[in-house]
Ligand binder design. Structure first.
Ligand SMILES: Cc1ncc(COP(=O)(O)O)c(C=O)c1O
Length: 403
């Protein structure tokens, strides 16, 4: 039997775990710890890699006030999904000119609410919405979200969002007629996109839309290349610098000298690597003598922050404390719902001497965990989130990587 190993170096090494444990060992589980130094260095890396692009942080990925405050200070703009995220961002004194209402599904009352507070940039993918924005946010800039397939991504965002280019042309004409500024095109190639070529396809479609509309006298000025930038999960990806280099090349190939304003909307990339969810083993059992695998139940599950493990879409790196030989296991959450199984097909390993009460560390959990966790399914409280104490002199780490 092989000894249990985990590629700790890829996720910050033993020093990162020791720093985390200095805080977390006194705390409860499950609990998500966010390292703001990592958020800062991720932001700086993206800025360095695409200095010409404006970063609009997708607040939904992690709306912790400390994250929003830090990114405000670093000069980020914000992509909001609701009036509630708008209130949060405005509470840090962010200029509404730095806010984009990126959710294409907006109540009429929420459009009016955002307009009253100064928001003048809206995403649309439906004629109905363009009409509403024209009426309730007159004169605003609108950009149109074009379909993508999401192929190659761990967490696709296709079907529900975007419209066919033909409909986008109609929406842009309607926007211009109704006194809005038809400002640009957006797309989202799917979250944790592993195939960088997906941006090339979307940029090609965008270029066609720019040309078709220009021929009618509607001159777009902006491309929003969305999110989809990588976090460090179990399956490795290229570092963000490679993504940025390729996207820049695609843009330059299609648009040459006349590059419009470029916006990025990263969520996962900025915050995922900053989070470690500390969890505890509740129970280990074999359900029948002849079964190959033991079930390991932990106190964090699909409804307590790890919903992206659904269908084993996102494979979080999981490090167990303790030693022993590597045992393949089935990993499940704590609720009375049979869906609450984290990983069964992909076999995670655990040291075979781990027992109930031992701790484990789920890396790369800073995005779409706390904000997704249920309020009180089975009575479990929402996932607790705490900030790690910041390094005395946070060192910008451009070019460094947790990978
Ligand atoms: C409109 C919009 N922009 C940006 C993002 C962020 O995407 P990611 O987390 O892949 O960076 C999302 C994610 O759902 C989104 O819906």
């Amino acid at each position: 039997m092989e000894a249990y190993t985990f590629p700790l170096e890829r996720f910050g090494g033993p020093s990162r775990v020791n720093r985390l444990k200095a805080t977390a060992d006194r705390g409860p589980t499950p609990c998500l710890y966010i390292d703001l130094d990592v958020v800062e260095s991720q932001y700086r890396r993206l800025r360095d890699a695409m200095p010409y692009a404006d970063v609009f942080y997708a607040v939904k990925a992690n709306p912790a006030p400390q994250v929003v405050e830090l990114l405000t200070r670093l000069g980020s703009s914000f992509d909001i999904a609701s009036r509630y995220e708008l209130d949060l961002v405005l509470s840090f004194g962010v200029d509404p000119a730095r806010i984009s209402y990126g959710n294409t599904i907006k109540k009429r009352t929420d459009i009016a609410y955002a307009y009253e507070r100064g928001v003048r940039l809206y995403a649309c993918d439906a004629e109905d919405d363009v009409q509403n924005v024209a009426e309730l946010a007159p004169g605003s800039r609108v950009f149109f979200r074009v379909f993508t397939q999401g192929t190659g991504s761990d967490w696709p965002l296709s079907r529900k969002f975007g419209a066919h280019p033909e409909l986008i042309l109609e929406m842009a004409r309607l926007a211009a007629e109704r006194g809005l500024e038809a400002y640009g095109i957006s797309f989202h190639v799917g979250s944790q996109q592993r195939d960088i070529g997906e941006w090339d396809d979307a940029i090609a479609r965008t270029k066609m839309l720019f040309e078709d509309l220009a021929a009618e006298g509607i001159h777009l000025e902006m491309i929003n290349v969305g999110g989809g930038f990588p976090a460090a999960y179990l399956d490795p990806t290229h570092p963000v610098e490679v993504y940025a280099g390729e996207i820049t090349r695609f843009l330059e190939e299609r648009f040459g000298e006349g590059l419009p304003r470029i916006i990025t909307e990263p969520g996962r990339y900025l915050v995922a690597d900053a989070g470690v969810l500390v969890s505890e083993v509740i129970l280990i059992t074999k359900k029948a003598r002849q079964n190959l695998y033991r079930w390991v139940y932990i106190d964090a599950g699909l409804f307590g922050g790890l919903i992206e493990a659904m269908g084993e879409a996102i494979k979080f790196p999981i490090f167990f404390e303790g030693d022993g030989s590597a045992e393949e296991i089935i990993l499940a959450g704590p609720t009375c719902d049979s869906m609450d199984v984290l990983y069964e097909t992909h076999k995670y390993t655990m040291p075979n001497r781990v027992k109930s009460g031992d701790r484990l560390y789920v890396f790369t959990t800073g995005a779409y965990t706390h904000s997704y966790s249920s309020v009180s399914f089975n009575g479990f409280p929402p996932l607790e989130m705490r900030m790690l104490p910041r390094e005395p002199n946070p060192i910008p780490r451009p070019g460094s990587s947790l990978r």
